[in-house]
Design a protein around this ligand. Structure first.
Ligand SMILES: NC(=O)C1=CN([C@@H]2O[C@H](COP(=O)(O)OP(=O)(O)OC[C@H]3O[C@@H](n4cnc5c(N)ncnc54)[C@H](OP(=O)(O)O)[C@@H]3O)[C@@H](O)[C@H]2O)C=CC1
Ligand SMILES: CC(=O)N[C@@H](CCC(=O)OP(=O)(O)O)C(=O)O
Length: 346
């Protein structure tokens, strides 16, 4: 059994990692951390894990943790992860980091949107953990930077069309909506019940959300040229789920079935991407608790634009499920191990 630790286990992605790892028959959760809840059993913090894990939270002390586990999930805020990861790698451990700290190929971009980087050598070796695009590199990696939730839903939908050159890369507009767990478990006024329920709003409008450069990095890589996008996130009164609605101008004839086939062919062998039929639309409730990304494609003949709708569960394919998919690849396990449960509906 692989001994696994979760640093930041009391957060939403940490809790979800623990839940999913309970169903993984090749790993054992041997350590979990929380600074605020040291010596508290994880199942007391997350009662849905009662009788499923006996792990007790400890301080995020790397010197002690390296004795307790061989594989690490770092589920702490960005800016914190880059202080912890170097010590884990030096000790010969493998790491999936769920924060943004190691996602950027160009550290100037990271430093512009986040803060000065304190581990640039390590950042250079990190592999961006979107298995549908970087599978072979992930298999060889000792550090994987797990993608952001919005970038996952958007990159999977647009990637095949950009690679095929059938859309104008300068015309992309993305309107994405996320459930509130995307903001993490920390208390804040913005995520209070009365602020979120019975309503729906955009935030960080005008290209200022920190996922904008990550989306552009991914799409530029796939298009083979610089791509800039208009990206507006919205906050939904849901606990889980992201729906991204994406518009782009076509550079080819508006043949909807041919474009849909392009997506189908690209994802034919992918276990976690489902391309829907022409009369179907994806919904967050059909991927809830699962590692699926569901994508639909429609052509608006009046405007000659393609409209993609893409949904994921932000804490599963958008974070913890994808992190386990990456661990499976890094450790030579079946890529779907621990992730085969059907979505929870209703
Ligand atoms: N929520 C989501 O949908 C997604 C989140 N992510 C990323 O995953 C990471 C975790 O997110 P999420 O679970 O939502 O966050 P939460 O705020 O819910 O949890 C953060 C966790 O990190 C711990 N932590 C906070 N600060 C520190 C620190 N300085 N040193 C050590 N531990 C610390 C917290 O516990 P304590 O303070 O007790 O130590 C807690 O366990 C973040 O980088 C986030 O951006 C990525 C994709 C999607
Ligand atoms: C609803 C909400 O607040 N979502 C978060 C994004 C989710 C996230 O955790 O971002 P990373 O994947 O980059 O870590 C936000 O907009 O900042």
């Amino acid at each position: 059994m692989l001994r696994v630790a979760i640093i930041g286990a009391s957060g939403y992605t940490g809790g979800e990692l623990a839940r999913l790892l309970c169903n993984h028959d090749r790993v054992e959760l041997t350590a979990a951390t929380s600074r605020a809840q040291q010596n508290v059993p994880l199942a007391d913090i997350y009662p849905h894990l009662r009788n499923r894990t006996a792990v007790v939270c400890s301080a995020p002390d790397v010197a002690q943790l390296i004795e307790q586990a061989d594989f690490f999930f770092c589920a702490v805020p960005h800016k914190t992860a880059m202080d912890l990861v170097p010590g884990l790698l030096v000790s010969g451990k493998k790491v999936v980091d769920l924060s943004a700290d190691f996602r950027f190929r160009d550290l100037r971009v990271y430093e512009h949107w986040y803060q000065p980087h304190t581990a640039p050598q390590i950042a250079a070796e990190a592999v961006y953990g979107l298995p549908e695009i970087h599978r072979e590199a992930i298999r060889q990696a000792r550090l994987v930077a797990n993608p952001g939730c919005y970038p996952t839903s958007i990159t999977l939908a647009l990637g095949p069309l950009l690679q095929a050159g059938v859309i104008d890369p300068g015309s992309i507009i993305i309107d994405a909506k996320s459930g509130t767990s995307g903001a993490g478990r920390g208390a804040s006024v913005a995520t209070l019940f009365c602020e979120v329920t019975d309503g729906f709003r955009a935030y960080k409008v005008g290209g200022i959300h920190r996922h904008t450069p990550e989306i552009e990095q991914n799409l530029s890589h796939l298009a083979g040229r610089p791509v800039t996008v208009s990206f507006t996130p919205h906050l939904l009164p849901l606990s889980r789920g992201i729906l991204s609605t994406i518009y782009a101008s076509l550079t080819v004839a508006a043949d909807e079935e041919r474009l849909r086939d392009l997506l189908r062919q690209r994802y034919r062998d992918e276990p976690f991407v489902r391309v829907l039929d022409d009369d179907r639309q994806p919904a967050t409730q059909y991927v809830r608790g699962s590692n699926y990304c569901d994508i639909a494609l429609t052509v608006d003949r009046r405007t000659n634009r393609v409209i993609l709708t893409s949904v994921i569960d932000n804490i599963v394919k958008g974070a913890s499920g994808q992190a386990i998919q990456n661990m499976n690849l890094m450790c030579g396990f079946d890529e779907t191990a621990g992730l085969t449960q059907a979505p929870l509906f209703p």
